[in-house]
Design a protein around this ligand. Structure first.
Ligand code: SAH
Ligand code: SF4
Ligand code: F3S
Length: 473
């Protein structure tokens, strides 16, 4: 059911195993192994967890066999996501056999959704910790070490882990996620996130700026500001000062260093303001790319989804973005087969995709989640076969749209941040342009390294990638 046609910052690593970095084995007497699933928020949280565990004397390992503790940071967004985690947990049973003192912990959204029930359902789980309770990990681990099962799934209205410096688990050293807020106050009827992540709260702006500056000092070249709904960022530093809204925060981050690229995700169409668009247009280092999930192109379905905009309203937002930034790329999330969706409704989705000319999209078949508004109020009445066919149709259309957009880039020259070798060959470099498109180009004698900005002229394009060559210096 899970379908993903192009990679994007919102769910860049959905379902992929996260390889933690190897720590100095002499500093830590015990080792933990952590795998993350779900959205970027979860990956970012794993870096907070790593920091808390380091302080407790646990070092990260990529070798699961040598771990004293295995953590799995989980996602509940669709049934399939939870199934993936359950399968993974089954695989851990072998490690428990060879190492009886091994502890297995479930973190994240599935821990929050299922709470102590998870201990009954998955016998080998020792520790269950929700997204707002990571500070209690050290005491929970102690409890589990003494033979008791331990659980903390309390949600918080304040927790932002602002003072905890994340331990960067990904090793590219060029791009990093920076969490700016937690939770979500929207109540999209299909979505489990408000239940697993709790109320929305914004992180202290000063701590965000501090973290970004630190990243720059360490040589990072790109930050992605993360939140379920970044445009409702709102931080009140004190009674005397004005509140910091997302446009202001974005500007503050952009001003840290013109060499630091700034991205953000996700924007709810109802909340992204002209102020944000103007700040984006003003600073060349703010990437011209917006992830603007539409979910459906039909106004009636949008209402049932509680998205609070109509088809026309969404399209006017797209128009506004292009007016202010003609070169801005837009991507989307789309759900097919939501409750009561007819063929005609589905046609509206295809139509809004064509009109919005998305550069890419994440596309999903509706998966009913227990406890959500939709599960309580509406019937999941679109057949599996119809869902799959509609999904195939939107995937095919998105393929055409992505290709059309990429073909238009042939002949253009872009600034590319080199992220490393191309996946297919170490004879090629790869990196992204401001619009978040992957560009691959052959290595030459030019002294290029990871983390450099280079000018690349596009000569060929496929649905997923642009291919080009370096512009002679
Ligand atoms: N905060 C983000 C989305 C987070 S979830 C936003 O508001 O856009 C990522 C995507 O998963 C959603 O945009 C939606 O397209 C999809 N999704 C969420 N719940 C789903 C469900 N029950 N079934 C299928 N897809 C779902
Ligand atoms: Fe879910 Fe909607 Fe919140 Fe996104 S904005 S996390 S889709 S409730
Ligand atoms: Fe993210 Fe999945 Fe939770 S998408 S917020 S990890 S339910």
């Amino acid at each position: 059911m899970e379908t993903l046609i192009s990679k994007d910052i919102n769910e860049a690593k959905q379902g992929e195993v996260y390889a933690p970095f190897a720590n100095d084995p002499n500093t830590y007497n015990k080792k933990f192994y952590i795998e993350s699933y779900g959205c970027a928020m979860n990956f970012s949280d794993s870096e907070i967890v790593a920091s808390i565990l380091n302080d407790k004397g646990f070092g990260a390992t990529r070798i699961i066999e040598e771990a004293d503790l295995i953590f799995i940071n989980t996602c509940s967004i669709r049934e399939k996501a939870e199934q993936t985690v359950r399968n993974k947990l089954q695989n851990y049973a072998v490690f428990k056999k060879t190492n009886p003192s091994l502890l297995v912990g479930v973190l994240g959204c599935m821990a929050e959704r299922l709470k102590a029930k998870l201990l009954e359902e998955e016998k080998l789980v020792d520790i269950v910790v929700g997204p707002d309770a990571y500070r209690s990990l050290p005491s929970l681990i102690e409890e589990a070490e003494s033979g008791q099962k331990s659980v903390n799934v309390l949600l918080s209205r304040e927790e932002t882990y602002a003072d905890i410096s994340p331990v960067r688990l990904n090793q590219n050293g060029i791009t990093a996620f920076v969490s700016i807020m937690r939770g979500c106050n929207n109540m999209c009827s299909f979505c489990v996130v408000p239940f697993t992540r709790g109320r929305e709260r914004s992180r202290d702006a000063a701590s965000i700026i501090e973290e970004c500056k630190q990243l720059v000092a360490e040589g990072y070249k790109e930050v992605t500001l993360l939140g379920q709904n970044v445009d409702s960022y709102h931080y009140q530093p004190g009674t005397e000062t004005e509140a910091i809204t997302f446009d202001k925060l974005l500007e503050m981050v952009a001003l840290i260093d013109p060499q630091l690229r700034v991205r953000f995700s996700t924007s709810h169409p109802k909340d992204i303001t002209d102020e944000v668009l103007h700040v984006m247009a003003k600073y060349p280092n703010i990437c011209k790319y917006i992830h603007l999930p539409v979910q459906s192109g039909n106004t009636r379905i949008l209402q049932l989804m509680n998205r609070t905009y109509t088809k026309e309203w969404y399209l006017s937002k797209v128009k506004r973005i292009k007016e202010i930034m003609p070169d801005c790329a837009i991507s989307s999330d789309i759900i097919v087969g939501f409750c009561t969706e007819t063929e005609a409704d589905h046609q509206d989705t295809l139509d809004i995709m064509r009109q919005s000319k998305y550069e890419f999209s994440y596309m999903y078949a509706y998966s009913e989640r227990p406890g959500t508004l939709a599960a309580k109020r509406y019937q999941d009445d679109v057949s599996e076969a119809d869902k799959m066919r509609r999904l195939d149709e939107i995937i095919a259309l998105q393929g055409q749209l992505s290709l059309a957009s990429n073909l238009q880039d042939i002949g253009k020259t872009f600034e590319v941040l080199v992220e490393g070798d191309s996946k297919k060959s170490n004879k090629d470099w790869s990196g992204r342009n401001s619009q978040n498109k992957m560009i691959v180009f052959p290595k030459t004698d030019a002294p290029i390294t990871k983390g450099m900005y280079v000018q690349v002229t596009v000569t060929k394009a496929s649905q997923a990638t642009l291919i080009g060559h370096l512009v002679d210096a």
